[in-house]
Design a protein. Structure first.
Length: 104
């Protein structure tokens, strides 16, 4: 599992073009923007013959950017084929775009 998460982390760093990518950041972290925050949301096990055949790790990924027209929304949608755009909201004058990404 950890290898999958670290590989996802590196891909998110490449998309953002900076190291402002945070996995489950504690509230004490002072984030720099634009940023990507992500956490593991679920693990889907696909069974065959009563055994786990495939495992899909699901992550919730949030792009946080002061720019409401951030380029990173399209970059994530184009980069991850198993990605779903969930919602947009604003908080603290920052735009949040939330995705669900399945990553093996």
């Amino acid at each position: 599992m950890m290898e999958n998460r670290l590989a996802l982390h590196e891909e998110l760093v490449d998309i953002l073009g900076s190291d402002h990518v945070y996995f489950q950041p504690p509230e004490s972290i002072k984030m720099k923007y634009p940023a990507i925050v992500y956490f593991r949301d679920d693990i889907d096990n696909i069974k065959a013959d009563n055994l786990n055949y495939l495992r899909h790790h699901r992550f919730q990924v949030t792009v946080i950017d002061p720019d409401p027209d951030t380029e990173y929304v399209d970059a994530i949608l184009e980069h991850f084929p198993m990605c779903k755009y969930d919602r947009h909201y604003t908080a603290d004058n920052l735009n949040h775009d939330v995705f669900t990404i399945y990553y093996n």
